[in-house]
Design a protein around this ligand. Sequence first.
Ligand SMILES: Cc1ncc(COP(=O)(O)O)c(C=O)c1O
Length: 386
Amino acid sequence: MTGQWTQRAADIQSFKVMDLLKRAKELDEQGFDVVHMEAGEPDFATAAPIAEAAKAAIDQGLTQYTASAGIMPLREAISGWYQQRYGLDISPQRIIVTSGASGALLMVFSLLAEQGRSFMMTDPGYPCNRQFLRLIEARGQQVPVGPEHNYQLTPALIDQHWNEITAGVLLASPSNPTGAVVKRDELQAIADTVRAKNGHLVVDELYHGLTYGFDAPSVLELDPDAFVLNSFSKYFGMTGWRLGWMVVPEAAAPEIEKLAQNLFISPCTISQYAALAAFKPETVEIMEQRRQAFAQRRDLLVGGLRELGFDIPVTPEGAFYVYAGASHLTDNTFDFCWSLLEENKVATTPGLDFGSNHAEKFIRFSYTTGMDRIELALERLRQRIG
Ligand SMILES: Cc1ncc(COP(=O)(O)O)c(C=O)c1O
């Protein structure tokens, strides 16, 4: 303890985008017309078939706890999704339904890392990963990556940075904040490298389905021992329903289930029944239309930002983010993003949220808003830059 609270709590850093989001919402309430490009969630409301399924579950009184690993029909439906999307035969016993990918991250790190061990991950990367590790007294080993690495870990980087405390590697493909995707051959080479070191490979496949012009491979096609995290939050547009899943090796499933029992009892019941409708053809059709809309938005935003001098050396291929270099405008994007919000009413996320690798030079723009709003944001940026 250092004073009133634990050192552990003191070490957890705030998720800066949440502070900015709070301020942006305040400005909304005061009547300002803020363009929201800060949040990591689709602007589309949850699709009607999913919402209808939730209402039906409530009407039927399906409101008690479920099994800790989730209801079997949902685990089977997720298994069917792997068959349909990737041609993979995954036993439902290996699928654990979780309280968002956040719940899955806490459990996977609790299983695979502990005090004195670390997990390798990219910088820039999703900020909560290293906080989860801190919470369990382990640590995130952040490896700086840039456009020369397609903003992803490579076998060479893993080799170079592996040390005696490294327990494994966390990849996120597509990545938040860069939208970078690890291609099949590279993924295989990474899996082989981690295996050769007797390490664990965890792949965050949260943004699968949100790749533009191609489908990302699942690591499970290449490495049956990998741990996969996924969620209904992004492709299925269900952020607020707090529902995700993980696919784990058979031997790990009872261990994860034990953690789930203790940490969460069970994932949200209504959300689970709602999610059963997510895999219906009519729902998937809606998701695919949204995917097309995201692709158009990405093209508009990337083109517009490049015209304004932002540095985007690698076109993001997935997720709904553009991680743009802004060193032609500022050497402190944290202050710049706040001023862009206060003065120009465009909400974005400063690079500092994603690590320390030249972070002060980058801004993350989310294209989770309509084409007209993206045009407006570009216009406001144009006016500001002059
Ligand atoms: C890379 C990545 N992983 C995990 C999460 C957590 O997602 P959720 O808990 O909503 O499933 C997010 C959310 O933005 C993310 O970007």
